[in-house]
Design a protein around this ligand. Structure first.
Ligand SMILES: Nc1ncnc2c1ncn2[C@@H]1O[C@H](COP(=O)(O)OP(=O)(O)OP(=O)(O)O)[C@@H](O)[C@H]1O
Length: 341
């Protein structure tokens, strides 16, 4: 659907070169909600501008639906752009036009007949839940409503791809959740492929199917959201995941536990169906030991369960060791060493 092939983008600032994107190869499949996450300056916006055809790569190529867009003529580019809807952090609505006028704008540009525009605008207003706001102006709307107008406008020309540039960064958590739900609906009902950039792991966790983590212009890790969340490889990815996942008690609680003579703590991770199985109780009972759950969380990612438990084992040390060995054959287990977060 969208394929980056060894794409680099270098900006020249006088004698200085800024390598905004370095050798990025990524494949966004049809129907994906693909999230690109990274800290400020990682190269996310530049990558979007390359898909959006606002920048040309210094090296490599980008294919959209099998077409190498790096070699298109100006006319072909305009046509291709109509197939890509875009929403923005600051909504980018025309304040002088009504809600209906904003949504109609891209259709007017495309030369759509007036009666068709009216029907389409009504349909889109209903879809985004703003049927009663057609005649309002953007200034009269909340942030979440403005972004709904942005989404309706982006969908007006029936694009195959929707690009979201930090689309929820200016919204509060509840409104963010509403807008993300709407994006999921756009993806499911219309089969639109979504490519989004964000610096918030919550967004990736709640809506994306795939994720790429960027740092210093490079993609340092990518894959299915469940896989990346449950088995992150890179320190930066782990940092992002920690921002949404309370997977350890606070340092104070851990210190208190150790000071009160609490034994070694182990972290168990359960992924997918095994999360439902009583691994701990079965194995500890078999070895004649007991366990204490000190901390725990179970979350759902991409409709799969992912559990994280911090436990201590009580019993004869040899039995505890044997039980831990057996648990390790069934799921991930490691001793909790660190107190620092
Ligand atoms: N037009 C430009 N000219 C020169 N340098 C640029 C240009 N656009 C981006 N850069 C540089 O490229 C690097 C990547 O910037 P980019 O905006 O893509 O990062 P980002 O991950 O989107 O960051 P943010 O989240 O802050 O928007 C930065 O060092 C930035 O200063």
């Amino acid at each position: 659907m969208i394929e980056f092939k060894q794409v680099s983008k270098t900006f020249r600032l006088g004698k200085r070169e800024v390598h905004a994107v370095k050798d990025v190869s990524l494949k966004v499949e049809q129907g994906d909600i693909y999230g690109i996450i990274g800290f400020s300056g990682a190269g996310k916006s530049t990558l979007l501008r390359l898909v959006n055809l606002l920048e040309r790569p210094s090296e490599g190529s980008i294919e959209i639906q099998g077409v190498n867009v790096t070699s298109l003529s100006a006319k072909e580019l305009r046509k291709q752009r109509r197939n890509i809807g875009m929403i923005f952090q600051n909504f980018n609505l025309f304040n002088s036009r009504t809600v209906a006028g904003n949504i109609a704008y891209p259709l007017k540009l495309a030369g759509t007949p007036k009666h068709e525009i009216n029907t389409r605008v009504e349909e889109l207003l209903r879809f985004v839940g703003l049927a009663d706001k057609a005649k309002d102006y953007p200034d009269q709307l909340s942030g979440g409503q403005k972004q709904r107008v942005g989404i309706a406008r982006a969908l007006a020309t029936n694009p195959d791809i929707l690009i979201c540039d930090e689309a929820t960064s200016a919204l509060d958590p509840d409104t963010t959740a509403d807008v993300l739900r709407l994006l999921r609906q756009v993806n499911r009902e219309f089969g639109i492929t979504i490519l989004l950039i964000t610096h918030e792991m919550e967004v990736i966790q709640s809506v994306c199917t795939k994720v790429a983590v960027m740092e210093n212009g490079e993609v340092i890790e990518s894959g299915g959201v469940f896989e990346v969340f449950t088995d992150p490889q890179h320190a930066t990815t782990k940092r992002f995941i920690r921002s949404v996942q309370q997977d350890l008690p606070s340092p104070n609680v851990l210190a208190e536990w150790r000071e009160s003579g609490g034994g070694s703590l182990y972290r168990l991770q359960f992924k997918g169906p095994v999360a439902n199985e009583p691994v701990l109780s079965t194995v500890t009972a078999k070895h004649g030991i007991t366990f204490n759950i000190v901390y725990g969380s179970v979350r759902e990612l991409e409709e799969r369960l992912f559990g994280n438990l911090i436990v201590s084992f009580l019993g004869d040390p040899a039995d505890v060791e044997a039980a831990i060995k057996e648990i390790a054959t069934l799921t991930d287990i490691e001793e909790v060493q660190e107190i620092e977060r």
